[in-house]
Ligand binder design. Structure first.
Ligand SMILES: [Zn+2]
Length: 110
């Protein structure tokens, strides 16, 4: 699985078990509905991309948690096409991405 965070200039490439790759129907490109920036690319093998409109971290405010968008803005685990957070992936994430997810989720509850 390859994850690219263009706004943060970060890129990760790490293995996940085949059954977890199967969780994703598509590779995902996350575009913020407020600033229209591509903020995350989640590439799963050679699967084609679906585009998700989910809020990026810089645009997030408490008022911008909308049912149609991710409940955890900036989260790589929050998959609006599957209506939930893909917690199964986190144990395979590099440590830096685990820490990033922790901060993203704390921000919503702070
Ligand atoms: Zn944005």
């Amino acid at each position: 699985m390859k994850i690219i965070l263009p706004l943060e200039n970060l890129q990760y490439d790490f293995p996940v078990p085949d059954q977890l790759d199967g969780l994703h129907h598509d590779s995902i490109a996350k575009i913020c509905p407020f600033c229209l920036r591509l903020w995350a690319i989640i590439q799963v093998k050679s699967k084609h991309f679906s585009i998700q409109g989910t809020c990026c971290l810089p645009c997030w405010t408490p008022a911008r948690i909308l049912p149609l968008y991710a409940q955890f803005p900036g989260s790589l685990l929050d998959d609006c096409s599957r209506m939930g957070v893909q917690w199964e992936l986190i144990e395979h994430f590099p440590q830096e991405l685990v820490q990033r997810e922790f901060k993203v989720h704390l921000k919503v509850f702070a």
